[in-house]
Design a protein around this ligand. Sequence first.
Ligand code: PHE
Length: 350
Amino acid sequence: MSELDKLLASCLSEIADCDNLKKIDDVKNAIFGKNGKITNIMKKLRDLDDNEKRKFGAEINSIKDKIWEQLSSKSYKLEIKELDKKLSSEFADVSMPIYSPSFGKIHPLTKVSEEIYGILSSYGFTFAEGEDIESEYYNFTALNMPDHHPARTMHDTFYVNMPADDKGRKLLRTHTSPVQIHAMLANSPPCRFFSIGRVYRSDSDSTHTPMFNQIEGIIVEKNVGFSHLKWLITDFLKKLFEVKDLSVRLRPSFFPFTEPSAEVDVNYGIKNGKIVLGSGSKWLEICGCGAVHPNVLKYGNIDPTKYQGLAFGFGLDRLTSLKYGVPDLREYFESDDRWRNAFGFPHVIV
Ligand code: PHE
């Protein structure tokens, strides 16, 4: 038996004797490690001439292949054996409740905003972002609100302690209507925009909060009128509240930036102490709207002899309370986890 045959035989028998993975690892090291049997034999190659090197090298390689084959099949068998042992000794109680991480809940205002994005986009409206800090010019002047308008007083509006510029004093916008002006200035008609965002007024009780949310819509097109506006608002509300038979009533009203102006009411009744929209003969005010005043179109760089404008404004908090039955508006902004768990919506993981 040649030296290499002996080596092969001893390695194979060592492998065969292994009865756990730790031993296999030790044997592997004893053969192929730094001072391993094969490693040491390979060192001999250095002293051989080319011919012998070729012959000896080929023999060693074939031995190495055989050893590796045995090593890996033995480790595989031992791994399976150890896994079986583990599985038969361990017990998993599949009836135990799983740990379910909390992803929080979607705030009702976010939920309704998303529904509104969907509905208004389906009519071809594009979202226009507005800014919470506005200047007097965009919040009042360009919306045709005269200098003496009561909303301009410190009593009703939060002015911001920032330097005034050529557009007047800085303030927290009192409505989303300034977005109308920005949208008209940045785009040319025909166009349809909507915005959703926070507005601020110096007011606080169970139905008024100093900060609340509005939805604003504006259309500037040729040949549009009040009938389109009424259809649009009616269809929007039916879709939002998922009520087919909702009655909608327009009542003459006044806003400086629309002429004529109207307030929109929807019908409702009370069932089991809850408001049910679309059933009953009571009316609830839900929105302000109108044809954009020619002066406002001019401030938006639009020729009022060529184009008409239509605008509407809803209170998001009101719509949300009506849809999902949130009684006190102040709770929207208190960030109470218990409240959010009760009124919030689960995340849909797709
Ligand atoms: N900006 C008005 C408000 O805050 C609502 C409104 C918007 C009315 C657009 C008419 C047109 O009450």
